[in-house]
Design a protein. Structure first.
Length: 92
């Protein structure tokens, strides 16, 4: 039996997949492109929405306060643990 080395096998698989993707059978179910497609009309809302900006700013400030509070709690717990550790060392 003839064995195919792994790199050659990979190349063979890549070529087979590329040929299958380019074959007309692969595109048989695809709709034909329209010669003159209709233009897409996009309606843009006018003006700046201050309410949405306020909600975003409030959410940002709230997230910053939560992060600062968590940092204070973590550092406070570290300081408390360090003080208890030093107090125990002094009692010995």
């Amino acid at each position: 039996m003839h064995s195919v080395s792994p790199p050659a096998g990979r190349h063979l698989i890549a070529v087979a997949v590329a040929l299958a993707a380019l074959s007309p059978v692969a595109h048989a179910g695809a709709p034909a492109p329209r010669p003159n497609p209709e233009p897409i009309v996009v309606k843009v809302d006018d003006g700046f929405h201050w309410g949405d900006a306020g909600i975003g700013a409030a959410a940002g400030v709230g997230a910053a306060l939560i992060a600062a509070g968590g940092l204070v709690l973590v550092r406070g717990a570290d300081r408390l643990a360090a003080q208890e550790s030093n107090h125990r060392k002094e009692q010995r």
